[in-house]
Design a protein around this ligand. Sequence first.
Ligand code: KIV
Ligand code: ZN
Length: 524
Amino acid sequence: MSINHPNFGKLAEDRVIIFDTTLRDGEQSPGFSMNLAEKLRMAEALAELGVDVIEAGFPIASPGDFESVQSIARAIKGPVIAGLARCAQGDILRAAEAVRDAERRRIHIFLSTSPLHMKYKLRMEPDAVLQQVIDSVTLARQHTDDVEWSAEDGSRTDPDFLCRCVEAAIKAGATTINIPDTVGYALPEDMHRIFTMVRERVPGAERAIFSTHNHNDLGLAVANTIAAVAAGARQIECTINGIGERAGNAALEEVVMAIRTRPDAVPCKPAIVTERIMATSKLLSTITGFDVQPNKAIVGRNAFAHESGIHQDGVLKNAATYEIMTPESVGLTKNSLVMGKHSGRAAFRDKLRALGYGELGDNHVNDAFRRFKDLADRKKIVYDEDIVALVDDEIVRDHDRIRFVSLDVHAGSRGPARAELELEIDGTTQSATASGDGPVDATFSAIQQIFPHQARLVLFSIGAVTEGTDAQARTTVRLEEGGKMVDGQGADTDTIVAATRAYVHALNKLLVKRARTEPEALSA
Ligand code: KIV
Ligand code: ZN
């Protein structure tokens, strides 16, 4: 019998499903929490990128998580929307409710199967674990036909027990079986062996899609993913920029471009619009405040830069000498002069569409246009990157409780700096004046006066969005409060305004984090 998946139908031999977990595994890692508006914007971008499944969150984790999974399920058309659940009735019912209104939905349940996890984390005997797999998949199937079951810590699970659990899950109705390398311990040959074994040994294996989910603790997540696909896995779980627990998950952009660049070795076709990769990666960086490292594969600043004379000479003669894929194929285009201060709203809307912001509502367009005009007044050349920074800033701050309004700073070498700041807190404008040792110190003291908080500033960095002395500054601020760490970002031609926006962004993220209560044993 061949696979006839409830959401994907008859799956072609060479089709590989891209399951993006940026909003779940990625979002649950330190410093990467997002608010509702940010998650919705990210989910839209993932849909435009062409991912097949969006794992939107872990609904039982908190009311906020539930709300964001439900909102994504209601708003995003195209991809299957998945909600994560432990193998427990309460989790499954909550996940079922959160994804109920999706055009296409999935419940993803997981339970540990390794000796270590069963003994110390679950404190359960193997037979009880097996029974829980059957009960929970059966329950989930009462709410949707598309049920994924994951053997947490699968790569360190006894092979016979893994096969028994997988068989039981398929019999109970699981349509996708995921075997994660939860702790990033496996080597590529382990993954190849495990997937080959399970597919050969488990009766009924041909009725399920096998999925691979790899963590990057040894830097092998992408290699392990490719090895699993070579052994028959037809779903890849991954995240944008490789974010995720600890060292992260397999990076979507790396896996997809590896498959696309080496069809000879990996004869599979992900349905990803690769030209959207760069924009999606940048959007995530803007939202989370974490830039990728310059030498990051595919999306790093240097990924397509040729510095040495020999390489430059080769590339000029024939790009294929040193480029295994084109920059354009991942959406990297040269800085282009876009518009000046005389450009109108219609041209601005066209530009937004070209940059991939097709579905923006009028309010967002109007706000972004106002900021664009302001920027064009202050800056000689406005590049695509400037517009992206500005629009992302505008959209992702939509639901923020604290918003930047205005700032006047007096600073110099002759005395303490003075900052007059206006912020909007829950819709009410408040102001403060503070002095300090330099303009940043004065401004951050004014923020503290308007919105008193205990958070400690642990990192402050400044970069430039584009080139030139009139370039927008992009600043990152990291705050720490009670062991919780958040990063905020802000962009503006005025460095102190950019820093203020970044601080305010970080504070908003801290408020989201404070409201969040992690459920017990959430180690996925
Ligand atoms: O790493 C893991 O095991 C997970 C599961 C929930 C799939 O994230
Ligand atoms: Zn994981």
